[in-house]
Design a protein around this ligand. Structure first.
Ligand SMILES: Cc1cc2nc3c(=O)[nH]c(=O)nc-3n(C[C@H](O)[C@H](O)[C@H](O)COP(=O)(O)OP(=O)(O)OC[C@H]3O[C@@H](n4cnc5c(N)ncnc54)[C@H](O)[C@@H]3O)c2cc1C
Ligand code: FES
Ligand code: FES
Length: 467
């Protein structure tokens, strides 16, 4: 039984928890305002807001319902367009009308829901922030300028928002219907719900699985939903290590004070990963286990020298360096039934610097042609330790071990880079595909390798990037 609040109605259903939330909303609840575009998480036409109770407040996030399992809505508040404009046009809808932000209208619902999510969450609203909130919504008609203007208009209106009584202010100004004020109490009273935990197919956010195996998943009872497993979303420090639950999302990472303190460029780096909706859904473990050679979080955490904790069905735990998880294309070094429960990495010290680079055909909402991350510890002009990862240059995410071995204990000088780069080229084996030719990917990795040093040590390497 899956139980949740859909707009202002409590719903209980025995439909399979693996059914998509989109199909449930449109075909079981007959709320057809939510549109179907790509069914792959790419266009944002099916965006809904999902609110989860955290203490006494609800934290809302935008998600693409076409690749969200129904079970991931259990115990939460799901908001579709029908649950926003219950009386008249909301200020978000009005701003879209006033700026000419809608033409055929197919994408408009998704934009309005994403922007309404921004209204609910923005602490310091800006036009840039509002535009970021729609980075997972695609429009084929408007050319975007008018939608950006609507976003600017909304941000302007939100600048008067009360920080203390956010929901109350949004209700008073017509952004939200009145019923929102009663949702926290209603969620607290929701009966405990059952979500499947013992099926063979483990689903985190579903952002890889529903794109790859959509039809197979729809009716199966054989799933295990881990997105909301207690303790699987936490980020904390244990002695000299940072420990992440397996279901931590990219958004959780971006919002974590612990992570922000360690990685000052975290926001800039993770904004290159997918879109707002997908960052709200996709988990770190899902990224690792999907084993795509271009997984961004995988490249990020390999360079942090991360360890993963694998747990067997009987509860036995073992640890492995993330870089050792990959045997061959999509082939993992795991035993049958083992799943990933934790990610751990050493807290970097003051002498340690980290950088992530990614090149894709589009800057945002695109997978990488090549990505790479590096962590370097250096004091007194010498490299004490270094970890370098690269994606898109072989059948698996790569840890460039020979390059790292070569660079350790070397002086941090411009002369080092061409020598290290020669070793990099001997460690990679890119193939030509839709994301670029093999030689293009080799050149890309060279540029990104030099870019790491220019970014981290501009005083030494600023003029060193080859033409
Ligand atoms: C539109 C779109 C854009 C994207 N853009 C990017 C991008 O820019 N960069 C990028 O790296 N990725 C991108 N992705 C891919 C995807 O979002 C990420 O790989 C995400 O981290 C996957 O996590 P998930 O929880 O959704 O995985 P799921 O789809 O739930 O699962 C993926 C795999 O991991 C397994 N699994 C999940 N959790 C566990 C666990 N705890 N233990 C063992 N196995 C587990 C599942 O069984 C499955 O085999 C994009 C996807 C979409 C749809
Ligand atoms: S239909 Fe395109 S993102 Fe869901
Ligand atoms: S208005 Fe037609 S797709 Fe956006």
């Amino acid at each position: 039984m899956v139980e949740f609040i859909l707009n202002d109605q409590t719903v209980r259903t025995r439909k399979p928890a693996s059914m998509t939330l989109l199909d449930f909303i449109r075909y079981e609840q007959h709320l057809s305002g939510t549109k179907i575009g790509c069914r792959e998480g790419d266009c944002g036409a099916c965006t809904v807001l999902i609110g989860k109770l955290n203490d006494e407040r609800i934290h809302y996030e935008s998600m693409t319902s076409c690749i969200t399992p129904l079970g991931n809505a259990a115990g939460k508040h799901v908001v579709t367009i029908e649950g926003l404009n219950m009386v008249e046009l909301t200020p978000v809808q009005q701003a879209m009308v006033d700026s000419g932000g809608t033409q055929c209208g197919f994408c408009t619902v998704g934009f309005v829901v994403s922007l309404s999510g921004y209204c609910l969450t923005a602490e310091h609203p800006t036009k840039e922030g509002a535009i970021s909130a729609i980075d997972g919504n695609i429009c084929r008609c408007t050319g975007y300028k008018s939608i950006e203007n609507a976003a600017g208009d909304i941000a302007g209106q939100l600048s008067k928002k009360s920080q203390k009584e956010q929901t109350g202010w949004l209700i008073k100004k017509g952004f939200l219907p009145e019923y929102f004020s009663g949702i926290p109490k209603r969620l607290q009273k929701l009966r405990s719900y059952e979500i499947p935990e013992n099926g063979q197919v483990m689903i985190g956010g579903g952002t890889d699985l529903y794109v790859q195996k959509h039809d197979e998943l729809l009716d199966t009872e054989e799933v295990s939903l881990v997105f909301d497993k207690p303790d699987w979303n936490s980020i904390h420090r244990e002695g000299s290590e940072i420990v992440l639950g397996a279901a931590t999302t990219a958004t959780d990472l971006m919002e974590s004070e612990i992570m922000q303190q360690i990685f000052p460029d975290l926001h800039r780096h993770l904004k290159l990963v997918s879109s707002t909706q997908i960052r709200n859904m996709g988990t770190v473990a899902g990224n690792f286990v999907n084993a795509s050679p271009i997984g961004d979080l995988t490249a990020f955490f390999i360079a942090l020298n991360s360890t993963i904790v694998l747990t067997s069905p009987g509860g036995h735990q073992r640890q492995m360096l993330l870089k050792d998880l990959y045997k061959d294309y999509k082939e993992l070094n795991t035993k049958p039934g083992e799943h990933l429960t934790q990610i751990r990495f050493p807290v970097p010290d003051d002498q340690t610097r980290f950088n992530f680079e990614k090149v894709s055909k589009r800057t945002y909402l695109d997978i990488a042609s090549v990505n790479t991350a590096i962590q370097i510890r250096s004091a007194k002009g010498k490299i004490d330790d270094v970890h370098l990862s690269a994606g898109g240059v072989g059948p698996t995410p790569k840890y460039l071990s020979r390059t790292c071995d070569f660079m350790r204990d070397q002086a941090l000088t411009p002369e080092l880079l061409p020598q290290a780069h020669e070793i990099i080229q001997s460690e990679i084996s890119p193939i030509s595909d839709v994301r670029g030719s093999a030689s293009y990917k080799r050149t890309l990795l060279r540029q990104l390798f030099y870019a790491h040093f220019a970014e981290l040590y501009p005083e030494i390497f600023e003029d060193e990037i080859p033409a």
